[in-house]
Design a protein around this ligand. Structure first.
Ligand code: ATP
Length: 239
C-alpha cells in the first residue's frame, strides 16, 4: 500500500504542491482529478522519485520512501508510467521492454517479459517492430508493459488516455483493469474523468496544490465540488 501525506514540492521558489495526500492499495484504483496546473503531475513525479519533496511523508507498505531517487523507488515495488508515454520510437517493442526490466536479473527479466506478452498479446505480436510504428493505444500498452517489467505492486500513471481516440481510451482502460485484476494497485492522474471514474475505487481531487476532496467514485459523481474540479477553476470561481 502507498500512503502519501501532506506532500510539499517546490520548483525553486514556486510552491507547486503544498498539502497533497492520497493512498493506493493493491488491487485498487485511485484516480486523481483536478484542473490544469493543480499539481497532479508534480505530486506523482515526486512520489516516484523524480522530484525531492520539500515536506510530507511517502510510505510504501509502511516503510518511508520519501526522497528516494527513482531507481530505488522502482526496486521497492513502484513504477511510473509517465505523461506522454516516453517510449523510444526507434527501438523495438522488446528493446523498450528490456529498458523497464533493467533492475531485474536476465532470468527473471525473460520470465516477466513472457508475462507481459501474455497480458498484452499485441506486444508479443509486434515484438520486433519499431515502437514508433505502433498505434497510440498500443504505445500506451507498451508504456504499461515497460512499467510491469520491474514487477511493481503499485503503478503510478500520468494521463494514460492523453491524445487517444475514444475507442482506444476504452482499450487502454480495459488494460488497466487487467493489471488491477492481477493485484496491482493503480494511482492514476487522468483528465478524462468519465473513463477514469468507470474504474475508480477512490477519487482524490487536487486543486491549487492541495488535496481538497477524497471519496468513492459514486460519491464523486454525486458531489458538486467534484463536478467543479472536473470542469476547472473557472467553474469553482463562478460558484
Ligand atoms: P496538468 O494537468 O496541466 O499537467 P497538473 O495538475 O499536473 O496539470 P503540474 O504539471 O504538476 O500540474 O503543475 C503544477 C504547477 O507547477 C503549475 O503551476 C505549473 O506551472 C508548475 N510547474 C510545473 N512544472 C514546472 C517546472 N518545471 N518549473 C516551474 N514550475 C513548474
Amino acid at each position: 500500500m502507498l500512503e502519501v501525506k501532506d506532500l510539499h514540492v517546490n520548483y525553486g521558489p514556486v510552491n507547486a504542491v503544498h498539502g497533497v495526500s492520497f493512498a493506493a492499495g493493491e488491487s485498487q484504483v485511485t484516480v486523481v482529478l483536478g484542473p490544469n496546473g493543480a499539481g497532479k503531475s508534480t505530486s506523482l513525479r515526486a512520489v516516484a522519485g523524480f522530484h525531492k519533496p520539500r515536506a510530507g511523508t511517502v510510505e510504501l507498505d509502511g516503510e518511508s520512501i520519501s526522497g528516494l531517487p527513482a531507481h530505488k523507488v522502482v526496486r521497492r515495488g513502484m513504477s511510473l508510467v509517465p505523461e506522454g508515454r516516453k517510449i523510444f520510437f526507434p527501438l523495438t517493442v522488446e528493446e523498450n521492454l528490456r529498458i523497464g526490466g533493467y533492475t531485474a536479473s536476465r532470468a527473471s527479466g525473460e520470465k516477466t517479459m513472457a508475462e507481459v506478452y501474455d497480458t498484452f498479446p499485441v506486444l508479443g505480436d509486434r515484438r520486433h517492430s519499431a515502437a514508433g510504428l505502433l498505434s497510440g493505444g498500443e504505445q500506451q500498452m507498451l508504456a504499461f508493459g515497460r512499467a510491469l517489467m520491474s514487477q511493481p505492486r503499485i503503478m503510478l500513471m500520468d494521463e494514460p488516455s492523453m491524445g487517444l481516440a475514444p475507442t482506444m481510451i476504452e482499450t487502454v482502460m480495459a488494460s488497466v483493469k487487467v493489471m488491477v485484476d492481477k493485484g496491482i494497485g493503480i494511482l492514476m492522474v487522468e483528465q478524462n474523468a468519465d473513463a477514469a471514474l468507470e474504474l475508480a475505487d477512490t477519487v482524490v481531487i487536487v486543486t491549487r496544490g492541495e488535496t481538497t476532496w477524497t471519496g468513492t467514485a459514486a460519491e464523486a459523481r454525486a458531489d458538486k465540488t467534484v463536478v467543479h474540479a472536473m470542469l476547472g477553476e473557472a467553474a469553482l470561481d463562478e460558484s
